[in-house]
Design a protein around this ligand. Structure first.
Ligand code: NDP
Ligand code: 8X3
Length: 251
C-alpha cells in the first residue's frame, strides 16, 4: 500500500514535533516545516530511521515563502494526504490598552494568515483528488476569551471559525476537517509568549500536571486514523487540573 504523506507546520518543537514522532512510528511519510533549519535537519535524521522525511524551512507568515517552499517539494512528497496546521504562538500577555502592535501583527500574521497561506497552497490538490484531511490546532483561547489574552484569543477564535468554514466549503470534496483545542500544554509556548523569560515561562506549569506535547500528538493521531467515514470535528483537551481558561487548580 502506498504510504500516506503528512505535512506538519511547526514541527521543530512541542506539539508539532511530537506529532511527527508518532506519525513516523505509524509509517506516515513526513514533510516537516518550521523556521529553525538545524532542528528540522536533526529531526529528519532521527525520523528517517522510521519513515521517509522531507523538510521545508519557511515562515508561514511570508506568503511567497510558503508557496515557493511547498512547490519545491520533491515529487515523492508532493501529494499531501494530511495537513496539520499547527504552527503558531502567543506573543505577549497584556491588556489591550498596553498591547504591543508588533506582537499583534505577529499573532495575526502567523496564527491566522499563516494557516490560510499553507491551506491555500495545499487544498487545491486535495479538492482535485477528492480526498484529504486537515487538522487545525486551535486552543481553548479560541473558545473562551481570558483577561490579557485579547489578540491571541482573537487569532484562535479565527482558527475556530476557519475550521468550521473549511468543513462547510470542503464538505462536497470528501475532505475531512478537524480542530483540536488544547488547554495548558508544557512546550516552548510560554517561553515565546514571555520573550525568552524561562523562569516566567516555567511558572506557568508549576503546581499541576500540565498536558505534554505527546498527549496532544496521540489525540491527533487518533483523529486522523479513524475510518474514512468518521470525522471528529472539534475536541477540547484540558489537563485534569484545568476547568476553563481561567480556572486551574494548583497544589
Ligand atoms: P511551541 O512554541 O513549542 O511550537 C511552536 C511551533 O510553531 C514551532 O515549531 C515553531 O517553529 C512554529 N512557528 C512559530 N512561528 C512560526 C512561523 N512564523 N513560521 C513557521 N513556523 C512557526 O508551541 P506549541 O507546540 O505549544 O504550539 C503549537 C500550537 O499549539 C500553536 O498553534 C499554539 O497556539 C497551540 N496551542 C498551544 C498550547 C500550549 O499551552 N502550549 C495550548 C493551545 C494551543 P519555528 O520557531 O522553528 O519556526
Ligand atoms: C494556549 C493555551 O490558555 O495559554 O493556547 O492561551 S492558553
Amino acid at each position: 500500500m502506498k504510504l500516506k504523506t503528512a505535512l506538519i507546520t511547526g514541527a521543530t518543537s512541542g506539539i508539532g514535533k511530537a506529532t511527527a514522532e508518532i506519525f513516523a512510528k505509524n509509517n506516515i511519510q513526513l514533510v516537516l516545516c518550521g523556521r529553525r533549519n538545524q532542528r528540522l535537519i536533526e529531526l529528519k535524521n532521527e525520523l528517517s530511521k522510521l519513515t521517509n522525511v522531507a523538510i521545508l524551512q519557511f515562515d508561514v507568515s511570508k506568503k511567497e515563502e510558503v508557496f515557493n517552499a511547498i512547490q519545491s517539494l520533491p515529487t515523492a512528497f508532493q501529494k499531501i494526504d494530511i495537513l496539520i496546521n499547527n504552527a503558531g504562538n502567543a506573543h505577549g500577555l497584556s491588556t489591550i490598552q498596553d498591547g504591543d502592535t508588533d506582537d499583534w501583527d505577529a499573532m495575526i500574521d502567523i496564527n491566522v494568515k499563516g494557516l490560510l497561506y499553507v491551506s491555500k497552497a495545499i487544498l487545491p490538490q486535495m479538492v482535485e483528488r477528492n480526498e484529504g484531511f486537515v487538522v487545525n490546532i486551535g486552543s481553548i483561547a479560541g473558545k473562551e476569551v481570558y483577561p490579557n489574552g485579547n489578540v491571541y484569543c482573537a487569532s484562535k477564535y479565527a482558527v475556530n471559525a476557519l475550521n468550521k468554514a473549511m468543513r462547510l466549503d470542503l464538505n462536497k470534496h470528501n475532505i475531512r476537517v478537524s480542530a483540536i483545542h488544547p488547554g495548558a500544554v508544557e512546550t516552548e509556548f510560554s517561553e515565546v509568549r514571555f520573550k525568552g523569560d524561562k523562569e516566567k515561562a516555567s511558572n506557568v506549569y508549576k503546581g499541576f500536571n500540565a498536558l505534554q506535547a505527546n498527549d496532544i500528538a496521540e489525540i491527533i493521531y487518533f483523529v486522523i486514523s479513524r475510518p474514512a467515514h468518521v470525522n471528529i470535528e472539534d475536541l477540547i483537551v484540558y489537563p485534569t487540573a484545568q476547568a476553563s481558561a481561567t480556572v486551574l487548580h494548583r497544589e
